[in-house]
Design a protein around this ligand. Sequence first.
Ligand code: ADP
Ligand code: MG
Length: 569
Amino acid sequence: MGKIRLLADEIASQVAAGEVVERPASVVKELVENSVDAGARRISVEFARGGARLVRVVDDGCGMDREDALMSLERHATSKIRTAQDLAAVATMGFRGEALPSIASVSRFTMRTRQAGADSGTEVRVAGGRLEGVEESGCAPGTEIEVESIFFNLPARKKFLRGEETESARIVHQMQSLALAHPGVSMTLARDGRRLWQAPSTDDPGVRIRDLLGADFFARLLAVDEVEANGIRIGGFISKPGEGRPDRELQFVVLNGRVVHCPAVFQPLREAYAEGLPKGRNPLAVLRIEMDPLAFDCNVHPAKREVRLHRPDLVRQAVYAAARGALEKLRKPAVPVRRVEVERESPPAPTPQPAAMALAPAAQREIPVVVAPQPAQENGIDFRMVGGLGGKWILMEGDDGLVIVDVRAASERILFERLRRESASGSAPSQRLLLPEVVELAAKDAVWISENLEPLRAAGFVVEPFGGTSFKIEALPACLAGRGAAGALLDVCETLRATGLLGAGQPALDALVRSVSRIAALNGFDYEEGAARRLVRELLACELPYACPQGRPTMIQWSRPELDRKFGR
Ligand code: ADP
Ligand code: MG
């Protein structure tokens, strides 16, 4: 006898739901996309307990009549495509008719919907895929969907949900993506009864970015003028050189209104920066790409997160050209370097400040290469200071030839080791702010910060929870004194988040200290021999003097034979 049976409808739905509904954030995505497809001008989203207890999406879109409301819960019931040809050129967010039945099969689901002009609306209740009731309802025009107790009937799936904070953070990130993709739709997001943000409708994508991610984030971006090549139109915003982060979480690619994961965009975008970004960093981006819907297939991923481009090469070229164009507009004329002889001054009296901080920031445009006289012995290594170069490097004559010290890398190494020593013994100097600053963080960052209050304190940050995702900063590590407290904490969050190190303990503390030293390190300097000498001395006294904490070299050497060879001797 045959062993193969058709699954009961209910089980088949639950199996299929696994593809579409991974977690509460995917419910948010599907419902909001439906609202966008329904022509909504306003969408409000609310969730409770990381979305596990409740996700509610309310829109003012076209609504449905009673028949469609019931039909929408049937598998493969959609109003958006009819034929196979339609599938090749999808212009809506949804098209498979899977989301509502999938969601309703794994939750307690309530839909209230009413068409504009209709006398009344319809309420449909479904629990675990079973229709529980259909009633007339006096609801407002549009559609309201409540998804409660997700996976209540699938304990095994429920176990795979992460903690409340993680699931909340995913919803927040998902909503950010959706709101960035649809600036014309007014959106609000509330968590556990408290509004997290509100983004009014705008026709300026820049305003939407500022509303969602804040003015500080926006200030780190550069506009990409819209360009069109081979039927591909690209515009948006990318980060300024030097900005960036270790992951791609803040790279939003919006392809024909859909936020997608698109390697064909990431790689050329990164390449456009060339040396303008340190290794391992990724630019921030909100890029909008428009092209013929026939030029890609969005029916390749269960959650429609990925697309298959028919000509990825053309997209790569277009992204590279657009990003390059934006970056080249920034480029300043090269800094002239001239060689001058200066009279040797006696070295200034040593200041109580650590050497890494004693060099003044670069202010001059013309940077003299100072030719200094006398050999000196530091830590058993003979070197003679030759001068400064480009506001970035110290040139020295060593035993074996020319040594070039990178001031930034050196100062990062020195600060890192000092701060690590101090924080391990709980004595990192910390500077109280005159007025405590309150900063509101993204949900995800707030989790990291609350779990790392102890390491933060050890590193000199005195931070206290201030309700919700807000924190009060009372003191900063002394080496960050004079900087914006909120900005410094946000920068620290970025590094912490990237390393994924949670909780207290040495790894979290190391990650923190590394990020603080990166922020505090010197970017440039005006060469002054005494200060340069102190910097080199401190560097050579480090445990690992030859690389900065991110692994970049602090000094390189050109030996005499190498120089001879270069000059053809
Ligand atoms: P799809 O979006 O792929 O068509 P769904 O299961 O998400 O499939 O939705 C099924 C149908 O229900 C949609 O095609 C649409 O006609 C209707 N629908 C869903 N959500 C809404 C909404 N918020 N407003 C109006 N109609 C909706
Ligand atoms: Mg849909």
